[in-house]
Write a protein that binds this ligand. Structure first.
Ligand SMILES: [Zn+2]
Length: 113
């Protein structure tokens, strides 16, 4: 499962950061996930619970900021939201190859105790 591997990597990163900031335990983790990142949010929540349980960590809250995919159309010189990952401009039908947002997969912040 892709999400499990991802969550393992993210939790390692989070623990590393926590250690660097004094070694407190993590209270919450905030992730930013683009709608085209190829991640199932439900599966991610599940993977998060599995990884945290395995580490015997105290309950950690997972917050997810989702980011809508946005494209830039060079013909209209405008930005539009890429609904369902479709990069066809709603104005002129031009296929945009310029994805501005939507592939994010970032650890945004950690809240430590
Ligand atoms: Zn256009």
């Amino acid at each position: 499962m892709h999400e499990l591997a991802l969550m393992e990597a993210l939790s390692e990163l989070a623990l590393e950061q926590a250690e660097r900031h004094g070694g407190g335990s993590i209270r919450s983790i905030t992730l930013r996930i683009g709608s085209l990142a190829g991640v199932e949010l439900e599966a991610l929540q599940l993977a998060f619970a599995v990884v945290m349980e395995r580490q015997g960590a105290v309950p950690v809250e997972l917050r997810i900021e989702s980011v809508a995919a946005r494209c830039y159309c060079p013909s209209c010189e405008s930005e539009f939201e890429a609904i369902d990952g479709c990069c066809e401009c709603p104005e002129c039908g031009c296929i945009s190859h310029d994805l501005l947002a939507g592939r994010e997969l970032d650890l945004v912040s950690l809240e430590l105790e």
